[in-house]
Design a protein around this ligand. Structure first.
Ligand code: SF4
Length: 175
């Protein structure tokens, strides 16, 4: 059938068989949902570290043995303007805290934060020091916490996969 005017199309779409077929075959998702699928499968972390966790956990996860690139998350960016996720790995001191905040503010929206290791979560073994910030959450919003001193590389990868779930479905609460 040729659909050459509006009336014919309207008649056609009232046909329950065609309406059901269109519903079955055509799925229209909100653009944000489609973008989130792309974001969740290609997270670009900001490449910076504060202490041992950056080497032990983050670099370990990104190396060939644990191969974070399997999931599409290995492209560490040197510029915060090109990064999606800040991985806070290491001890935050009062001196480094303003730089953590500034780098976070320079990242474009949407952006996420993973706190890796007990120092980034709560100050770790240095929490009683007069010069240590008791966790990244005191400075910036944190989406995923990966405990350990340092965490295993598998735990860091698990943190990324939890973030993936949260990006795909922002209602998911991660911890
Ligand atoms: S949590 Fe442990 S391994 Fe990680 S930065 Fe702190 S002291 Fe180092």
């Amino acid at each position: 059938m040729e659909l050459n005017n509006k009336h014919q199309i309207e008649e056609l779409t009232k046909d329950p068989v065609i309406v059901n077929e269109v519903k079955r075959l055509i799925h229209i998702a909100p653009v944000e949902k489609i973008l989130n699928i792309a974001r969740a499968h290609s997270i670009w972390p900001l490449g910076f570290g504060l202490a041992c966790c950056a080497i032990e956990a983050l670099m370990g996860a990104n190396g060939p043995r644990y191969d974070l690139s399997r999931f599409g998350y290995e492209v560490l960016r040197s510029s915060p303007r090109q990064a999606d996720v800040m991985v806070v790995a290491g001890t935050i001191t009062n001196k480094s805290a303003p730089f953590v905040v500034r780098l976070y503010e320079q990242m474009p929206e949407p952006k996420w934060v993973i706190a890796v290791g007990s120092c980034a979560i709560s100050g770790g073994p240095f929490v009683d020091s007069y010069y240590v910030v008791p966790g990244a959450k005191e400075l910036i919003p944190v989406d995923v916490f990966v405990p350990g001193c340092p965490p295993r590389p598998e735990a860091v990868i698990d943190g990324f996969l939890m973030l993936k779930k949260k990006i795909l479905d922002p209602k998911v609460v991660t911890s």
